[in-house]
Design a protein around this ligand. Structure first.
Ligand SMILES: [Zn+2]
Length: 407
């Protein structure tokens, strides 16, 4: 039987789904009672009582005895104990590894970044990862139970196998089974995804996408990539290619791209494209900061280039709106540093090209999250635990004593 064939659901699966439904209701309603949960979920009062008892037993939910509001005389409301459980998020990027400890609400308790040379062997990088995660387990394991690890990588990845497929220009990184490597050592759920998808999840859990089920988060830096959330979930596509919008053509007769396509969005809207043009036209060399400084000093030609880059991103977003019809497009990455000069032109190009009733209901905003990719590593664990709230996930957190260094 193929894996996409419809399947029946046994009792334990149904129970898991009902528990997930209740947790999501608890998360989106500050004061909520068992009676409300029954009404909102459609479950019987008895079922709610039974499911909540399990959640209280593992410490994830408790009765909010401090509540003194109008309904306090009759019954005690319920709340999620976000701070009792912690997750560790790690983001592997070219040149650095960032890590964070956060509670289940996504509140970061601590985070830092370590410079790291990915030209080292993948084995050495993974050993370093284990050390970085273990340090946090030793330092924060007493603050709350550490119940999951989230990991983001530049991609591409094989999601099913939990592997980094390869990293461009780094021959030592091929089919690296990083998820299993971490699972064997820490024995808690390890979730992984690509940077752009991590950022999209952060937007949905912690950012301006909190109340949206359909949103697209676009990283506009050296390249252009997107994380697409449809119906509340990351859309990966059949081969994990969904969201690689940097190679979506916005000019079918445009210049040839490394990927084989012509006129790719990335060739018009990325910082690399911008700097290549600045060098070709004005002989401006240097890094992105040098370029930004010149724009800030009011170089007319460069300002026009930023405007053009923004407009081209807008053409790309217009195509995405027709493909996915999101309510929100959240932007992050170095290009957002150009502020309104850039953003207004992104918005302007979209508004010109979409029907007014669509564009007036579409929000295009710069992300307010400090580091969407790192926050996304935390969000992917929260998402996993709220979607699949297996009780043992909360009763057997990893501690320094349970880490298996010898796997
Ligand atoms: Zn391309």
């Amino acid at each position: 039987m193929g894996k996409n064939e419809p399947k029946g659901k046994n009792i334990s699966q149904l129970q898991l789904e009902n528990r997930s439904t209740l947790l999501k209701l608890l998360r989106s309603n500050k004061h909520i009672w068992r009676k409300d949960l029954a009404e909102m979920s459609g479950l019987t009062g008895a079922a709610v009582t039974y499911l909540i008892r399990d959640l209280i037993e593992v410490g994830l939910v408790s009765e909010d005895r401090e509540y003194t509001g109008p309904r306090s005389k009759n019954a005690i409301p319920l709340k999620i104990n976000y701070e009792r459980f912690l997750v560790i998020g790690v983001s592997i990027r070219r040149g650095r590894i960032s890590r964070a400890v956060a509670d289940l609400s996504g509140k970061i308790i601590t985070s830092d970044s370590i410079r790291f040379d990915l030209t080292e062997s993948a084995e050495r990088v993974m050993d370093a990862l284990v050390k970085l995660i273990s340090e946090y387990i030793a330092d924060y394991g007493h603050v709350g139970g550490i119940v999951g690890i989230g990991l983001s990588v530049p991609g591409p990845i094989n999601l099913e196998r939990g592997e980094i497929s390869y990293l461009t220009n780094l021959p030592g990184w091929k089919a690296i089974p990083i998820r299993r490597y971490l699972e064997e050592r820490f024995d808690i759920p390890v979730m992984m995804d690509e940077d752009a998808n991590a950022a999209a999840l952060a937007e949905k859990w912690l950012g301006s996408g909190r109340n949206h089920k359909n949103l697209i988060s676009i990283l506009v830096g050296k390249g252009v990539g997107a994380g697409v959330i449809m119906g509340g979930h990351i859309y990966h596509g059949a081969f994990g290619l969904a969201g690689e919008i940097g190679h979506m053509s916005i000019n079918f007769e445009g210049p040839l791209c490394e990927c084989g396509n012509k006129g790719c969005l990335e060739l018009y809207a990325s910082t690399l494209a911008l700097m290549r043009r600045a060098e070709a036209r004005y002989g401006i060399k240097g890094d992105f900061q040098t370029f930004r400084k010149q724009v800030a000093q009011g170089h007319d030609g460069l300002e026009q280039m930023v405007i053009d880059a923004g407009r081209h991103l807008g053409y790309g977003i217009t195509n995405l709106v027709y493909a996915f019809n999101p309510e929100l497009v959240a932007l992050h990455g170095d290009m957002t540093l150009f502020g309104p000069l850039w953003l207004e032109n992104v918005r302007g190009a979209v508004a010109e090209r979409l029907p007014a009733d669509i564009s007036s209901n579409l929000r295009i905003e710069v992300s307010t999250l400090p580091d969407p990719v790192l926050l996304g590593t935390v969000a992917m664990v929260c998402e996993h635990l709220f979607e699949n709230p297996v009780l043992t996930s909360f009763t057997s957190p990893v501690t320094v004593d349970t880490v298996n260094f010898s796997s």
